[in-house]
Write a protein of this length. Structure first.
Length: 149
């Protein structure tokens, strides 16, 4: 039996066989090289002034604990409040006003229907001081929180 191949057909078959690359444990595929870039590396974020607020704070007049778990760059605070059981923190925000760090906390729970804390951080004493508004009694009290060590 005589095979009749044309020259162009042989060239195509040779080209296809050359393109096929065998992969096996002895001949693994080459790893992809990282893409070259001229972009500058991402800058390391500077510490926020709000980080001074992070911690557990206790009112010495009754054992109430305000836990400021984290504060993002926009001032949103992840917070918990305990008396000694957890009380729902509806919202907590940190701001700076005239160079002072401030914290506002809104409580919304049974016996805490919209109670608020308006606090200012005192770096010299490492304390939060300000006012507590007791919504059900419509009374405002001057209070202080000391950082728990």
């Amino acid at each position: 039996m005589k095979l009749n191949f044309s020259l162009p057909l042989l060239a195509v078959m040779f080209a296809l066989s050359a393109c096929k690359q065998e992969t096996s444990p002895q001949n693994p595929p080459a790893p992809a090289s990282p893409a070259a870039t001229n972009a500058a590396p991402a800058p390391v974020a500077a510490k926020s002034a709000f980080e001074k607020l992070v911690g557990r704070w206790e009112r010495p007049d009754g054992g109430y604990v305000l836990e400021l778990k984290s504060v993002d760059a926009e001032g949103k605070v992840a917070a918990g409040y305990f008396n000694p059981s957890p009380i729902n923190v509806e919202r907590a925000i940190a701001t700076t006003e005239a160079g002072a760090l401030k914290v506002f906390v809104l409580l919304r729970d049974e016996n805490y229907p919209g109670c608020t804390y308006k606090l200012t951080y005192d770096a010299a004493t490492d304390q939060l001081f300000g006012q507590y508004f007791q919504a059900s009694q419509q009374e405002t009290y001057d209070i202080t929180f000391a950082r728990q060590k």
